[in-house]
Design a protein around this ligand. Sequence first.
Ligand code: KG4
Ligand code: ZN
Length: 365
Amino acid sequence: MARAVTVLGLESSCDDTAAAVVRGVPGHTVGEILASEVWGQDGLHAEFGGVVPEIAARAHAERLDVVAMRAMEAAGVGLNDMDAIAVTAGPGLIGGVMSGVMFAKGLSAGSGLPLYGINHLAGHVLTPRLVEDVAYPYLMLLVSGGHCQFLAVEGPDRFRRMGGTIDDAPGEAFDKIARLLGLAQPGGPAVEAEAKSGDGARFGFPRPLLDRPGCDLSFSGLKTAVRRARDALVEEKGGITRADRADICAGFQGAVVDVLAKKTARALDAFAETHGPRVLAVAGGVAANAAIRGALQEIAAAKGFGWSAPPLRLCTDNGAMIAWAAVERMAVSGPDDLTLAARPRWPLDTEAVPMLGSGKRGAKA
Ligand code: KG4
Ligand code: ZN
């Protein structure tokens, strides 16, 4: 059996500066998270209504060393105990990714430790194996504020993109709807809470792309329909009531649940054609939504698939997933050298047709 390795993982591709120390055995599932520190930047960007790349990059540059030190202290280890340094090398906001890559290169050059440049999406997608014995291949639905895609995960560096959003990510839509209705950010939890008391059938919002075969998704038409419904109410009555707001949230969330559930059913069928029923894994902030999670879990069970949903703190951006992706990669390939580049775009499946557009949280890759 391969020996256990200890890896320092660094993440700075969006608005969380994160570091973690993870121990694991390359080629084997289930690692041990010795420490994981996340320093969020919500307060820095709040007044701008979105992540400001320059502010994010500067904050990452200022905080990476602090967060890395905190993680090692919390784990009770030092650089000497590490076997490698892993860093997000893309995709994401380029300034933040560069801050991380530069810092990691410095650490690697200074300590002599091997350097692994990790694809941020691979970090999310491999997380189920960090916490559970999920064997390759499995189907992953990555659904967050910046991403929405179905991937057949066939190995640590073998990903087949089966479909994804052609415009917005669902989390982005949740956030925009919340802003439209005067609810708090991030919008997902606020909209979910409102939806509980709403009448989901009142507005009859559209289910984009359901009539099209395949598992691509779209959320921008739905967002527009919600805006129109709100504007019509404002015009008619001069404003919206609490009940209107709850009904809009319930209608919007119901449409997202419907679209995700139906497209997931198709992705499961397509996956099963090649691999048979295996495991459906979900990751990303939107997977925290109880209605969405429940619907996906039900469909997975109905299609004979197992279910894996890492705990939320590992679904949102963190350093442990980056360290773990390096442990996984060690089973199949070697480290990078100091020519490692920061990449704003970096699709996991290099053979898939590239997606257009770029969300406020960075490239959709
Ligand atoms: O994965 P994540 O923390 O960050 C990235 O996007 O990378 O996802 C954040 C997104 C936000 O858009 C947030 O509104 C959404 O996930 N979200 C939710 C819920 N909790 C978080 N969306 C729907 N329902 C929720 N309960
Ligand atoms: Zn992420």
